[in-house]
Design a binder for this molecule. Structure first.
Ligand SMILES: Nc1ncnc2c1ncn2[C@@H]1O[C@H](COP(=O)(O)OP(=O)(O)OP(=O)(O)O)[C@@H](O)[C@H]1O
Length: 246
């Protein structure tokens, strides 16, 4: 479904991704766990075609991102760290705008918007301005938006930032149920170990390299800590990467 092979991305002399190879299968919920500066956002920027990698390949649903970007990107949905909804438009208007960008016929778009918002429990707010919604509901709108064109892969970059624990849990539950049913592969970047514990698989990214890949139990064991959190903190703080000074 999603495969990267030997991805390397440099910012000047700083290497943000070092020959990163990973894969994601259909219906899998995979947490990409990494401390600040590990390379999570850089990876997402490469996977969404915002930056080209210096070396390596990305394949999405059988399409090479380098050679057939449009076909590959059609299979990707993304929720970035920064919210990007228009606060002064209603949920419905925001979603219709996205549907137009994907060239969805209006009738199909309306059906999907109503059905998908109902699945996440935000349908009663469809005609309210996004500005009036809680942070958790705004994130749910972003989730509906990311899935509107029915991608095979969903990328979520620190998508629960700013949410309280209850809203985080609600969003995770809604997402897990939704994507499992549709068979979407999810790559969920986070530095919150609690979010990773419930994943089917955990990838630990550190200084642009994959430190571990396995179930939460396997990764806990590989990191050598009593808990996933203890192991993660111990291994990723051995030598903190320095911030780039500009
Ligand atoms: N535009 C840039 N120019 C130079 N260096 C950058 C740039 N963007 C990121 N970096 C560096 O690349 C490395 C990876 O950064 P990245 O933002 O991808 O990490 P991250 O895991 O997403 O971190 P965070 O959890 O803090 O968002 C870091 O060392 C960072 O300082």
């Amino acid at each position: 479904m999603l495969r990267t092979t030997g991805l390397t991305k440099r910012y000047g002399s700083r290497v943000a991704l070092k020959g990163l190879s990973l894969s994601l299968a259909s219906g899998q919920f995979v947490a990409l766990l990494g401390p600040n500066g590990a390379g999570k956002s850089t990876l997402f920027q490469v996977l969404t075609g915002l930056f080209a990698a210096d070396e390596g390949e990305v394949e999405v649903a059988g399409h090479s991102l380098g050679r057939s970007a449009t076909a590959a990107l059609r299979h990707i949905g993304v929720v970035f760290q920064q919210m990007s909804l228009d606060l002064d438009l209603s949920i419905r208007r925001n979603l219709l705008f996205q549907a137009d960008l994907h060239g969805l016929p209006r009738r199909v778009a309306m059906q999907r918007i109503e059905a998908d918002c109902a699945r996440l429990g935000i349908e009663p707010n469809l005609d309210r301005k996004v500005r009036e919604l809680s942070g958790g509901n705004r994130r749910k709108v972003e989730l509906v938006r990311a899935l509107l064109h029915r991608p095979s892969v969903l990328l979520m970059d620190e998508a629960t930032v700013g949410l309280d624990p209850k809203s985080r849990q609600d969003l995770m539950r809604a997402l897990r149920a939704d994507v499992k049913e549709r068979g979407v592969g999810v790559l969920w970047a986070t530095h919150l170990v609690g979010e990773a514990e419930g994943a089917d698989r955990v990838l630990v990214l550190h200084k642009g390299e994959l430190l571990c890949d396995g179930t939460p139990a396997e990764v806990t064991q590989a990191l050598g800590g009593a808990t996933l959190e203890a192991g993660f903190i111990a291994r990723t703080n051995e030598s903190k990467p320095k911030e780039t000074v500009t």
